[in-house]
Ligand binder design. Structure first.
Ligand code: GRF
Length: 216
């Protein structure tokens, strides 16, 4: 195991790194990852299961169409700890190594985060630590920043806070509105998430304090 807690996909066993995707909505980040896997751009990685906490999420319908294994664990009205325990059981049943939050719009319980310590990734549509939380693109636009972007990071017990894996940056154009900015950030997200997964899967990177850096 590397210090990030994830075995390199090209490790001794040659076993593939199995992803568990968690989503709540349209799932465009999930679809970008699935496409990169299908087209051979994410070697040594496969999707074990796609889980939605929302019945009828577009992302879960898309996963079914792709023939992937899916599960729906509706979270509405459920206690977080109980709901997360169910998701954990599903992830384990499908031998998931790495959990990918792809528009999963619910906080995870401390138990869940501990169970997959340093093995949960999230993508956030801002250059963290700026603009954590909801509507990050609108927050950035309203603030008047000149550059914006997205961040892929490990998940810890604080919101949008864990060690950063990578960021992609775009310029904010004078003609932008919050919507056009969000669209261009999303295009970067679709590149960033697979790149980040590849780095984690490679085993070539290690966590040094808050820094995720290539091993010397
Ligand atoms: C993305 O903007 C992501 O950064 C944020 O939620 C959104 C999910 O979009 N965490 P999609 O469901 O992947 O299309």
């Amino acid at each position: 195991m590397s210090p990030s807690g994830v075995s390199g996909a090209g490790g001794v066993s040659g076993a593939r790194l199995r992803l568990g995707i968690l989503l709540s909505g349209r799932g465009s980040n999930f679809l970008a990852i699935a496409k990169n896997i299908r087209e051979g751009r994410l070697a040594g990685v496969e999707i074990g299961v796609v889980i939605s906490n929302v019945e009828g999420a577009a992302g879960i319908a898309a996963a079914r169409e792709l023939g992937l294994t899916t599960a729906v664990h509706v979270s509405k009205g459920r206690k977080r700890a109980e709901h997360d325990a169910e998701m954990l059981a599903t992830l384990r049943a499908h031998n998931v190594d790495l959990v990918i939050l792809a528009g999963y719009m619910r906080l995870l319980s401390p138990e869940f985060i501990a169970a997959y310590h340093n093995r949960i990734l999230n993508i956030h549509p801002s250059l963290l630590p700026a603009f954590p939380g909801l509507d990050a693109q609108q927050q950035a636009f309203d603030y008047g920043v000149k550059v914006a972007g997205c961040t892929v990071h490990f998940v810890d017990e604080h919101l949008d806070h864990g060690t950063i894996i990578l960021q992609r940056v775009i310029e904010v154009l004078d003609g932008d509105d919050a919507h056009s900015l969000a669209e261009r950030i999303l295009a970067e997200e679709h590149i960033a998430y697979s790149e980040a997964i590849a780095r984690v899967a490679s085993g070539d990177y290690a966590m040094e304090g808050r820094r995720f850096v290539k091993r010397a």
